[in-house]
Design a protein around this ligand. Structure first.
Ligand code: PAD
Ligand code: ZN
Ligand code: ZN
Length: 375
């Protein structure tokens, strides 16, 4: 009944940086060719959304609708959409998969040329927005904008998932779980028996731990300034716990000592360039591998002694854990339904969508891992 019509609904609009999101009535235009309009059912709160609210990411255009870790149901599809129909369960994708560009064709990359990660145009692929509020156009965020009752996405930026999937859980495949798990199994390719260090124990860092454990790591060192995070880390498989506040020397020295010259794999899951350097320094010469996952402020740079790399350490990074999202996320959802892995403990809070700012407060206070909003 709504197909082809403008939908009026509620969304959390970010009008400008450094202020709470504002619940507004917005208009959502119907999907154009190769677009899909989705009724969002559940959406998680990620630190990346918060980086934008805090004004740390340059190039972002305000006002915009944030949110990129969600699951929902197709409401209607535009012309030419053949792989989805109204009623299908779907996950919007913060990086698309066009299947045709050099990265999509390269088996080792998932960074489709059609992504909006550095440019932040805030538009769909036809370079227009489907949202208006109080007569003004509102920008999209990385093609997802899930802090809304309805959103429109490009068809290359949405994955159709199994009809039995519980949307209030599998929403985490849209970001945290896929990112963390994939960073361990795809990007680092953690080997059985290895030693891993994970810096930052939020929803993404804990998912790295799940991936390290699944890959057979025998020692997983969890590092966080907030010791309250250690209980969950232990639950997911961490074996050692380090709060840098308990030491009066650089944390890479502590780790190098604990592990006889350094860890096999280090993961930075905070977005702090100082910690990125510590992570690199804490890996073993000759073969240690560091994966950057955290999103640092746009103006930040890293500097380190090039000898660290010359002597065989590897520094790399990935978005969404290196998964080719349109192909891989439906498979991950099916694996989850077949109980291949478990991550329900990542969700510490559930709130109605209208309480979204309370969810961000929980994140700021360090009280939550993931808050999932029910839309
Ligand atoms: P979060 O804020 O829930 O977790 C970060 C954790 O780091 C918290 O537990 C903090 O206590 C801890 N922490 C902060 N500073 C330090 C420090 N100096 N030393 C040790 N611990 C510290 O965030 P999240 O898990 O939602 O996201 C983590 C980062 O990953 C964040 O920068 C986010 O933007 C980025 C991200 N990247 C991708 C990707 O595709 N690469 C995807 C999703 C999130
Ligand atoms: Zn995220
Ligand atoms: Zn592509």
């Amino acid at each position: 009944a709504t197909a082809g019509k403008v939908i009026k609904c509620k969304a959390a609009v970010c009008w400008a940086p450094k202020q709470p999101l504002s619940i507004e009535e917005i208009e959502v235009a119907p999907p154009k060719a190769h677009e899909v309009r989705i009724k969002i059912v559940a959406t998680g709160i990620c630190r990346s959304d918060d980086h934008v609210i805090e004004g740390e990411i340059s190039g972002i255009k305000y006002p915009l609708i944030l949110g990129h870790e969600a699951a929902g149901i197709v409401e209607s599809v535009g012309e030419g959409v053949t792989d989805m129909k109204p009623g299908d369960k779907v996950i919007p994708l913060g990086i698309p998969q066009c299947g045709k560009c050099k990265c999509c064709l390269n088996p080792y990359s998932n960074l489709c040329y059609k992504n909006d990660l550095e440019k932040y145009s805030g538009m769909l692929l036809d370079n227009t927005s489907r949202f208006t509020c109080k007569g003004k156009p509102v920008h999209h965020f990385i093609g997802t904008s899930t802090f809304s009752e309805y959103t429109v996405v490009d068809d290359i930026a949405v994955a159709k998932i199994h009809q039995d999937a519980p949307l209030d859980k599998v929403c985490l495949f849209g970001c945290s779980f896929s990112t963390g798990y994939g960073s361990a199994v795809n990007t680092a390719k953690v080997k059985p028996g290895s030693t891993c260090a994970v810096f930052g124990l939020g929803g993404v860092g804990l998912s790295v731990i799940i991936g390290c454990k699944a890959a057979g790591a025998s020692r997983i060192i969890a590092v966080d300034l907030n010791s309250d995070k250690f209980a969950k880390a232990k639950e997911f498989g961490a074996t050692d716990f380090i709060n840098p506040k308990d030491y009066d020397r650089p944390i890479d020295e502590v780790l190098t000592e604990m592990t006889e010259d350094g860890v096999d794999y280090a993961f930075e899951v905070i977005g702090n360039t100082g910690v990125m350097t510590s992570a690199l320094k804490s890996t073993h010469f000759g073969y240690g591998k560091t994966v950057i996952i955290g999103l640092a402020p746009s103006t930040a740079t890293i500097s380190f002694d090039p000898m660290l790399i010359l002597t065989g350490r590897v520094l790399t990074g990935a978005i969404l854990g290196g998964f080719k999202p349109k192909d891989d996320i439906p498979k991950l959802v099916s694996d989850y339904l077949n109980k291949k892995f478990e991550f329900d403990g990542l969700v510490t809070h559930r709130l109605p969508f209208m309480k979204i700012n309370e969810g961000f407060e929980l994140l700021h206070k360090g009280d939550s891992i993931r808050t999932v909003l029910t839309v």
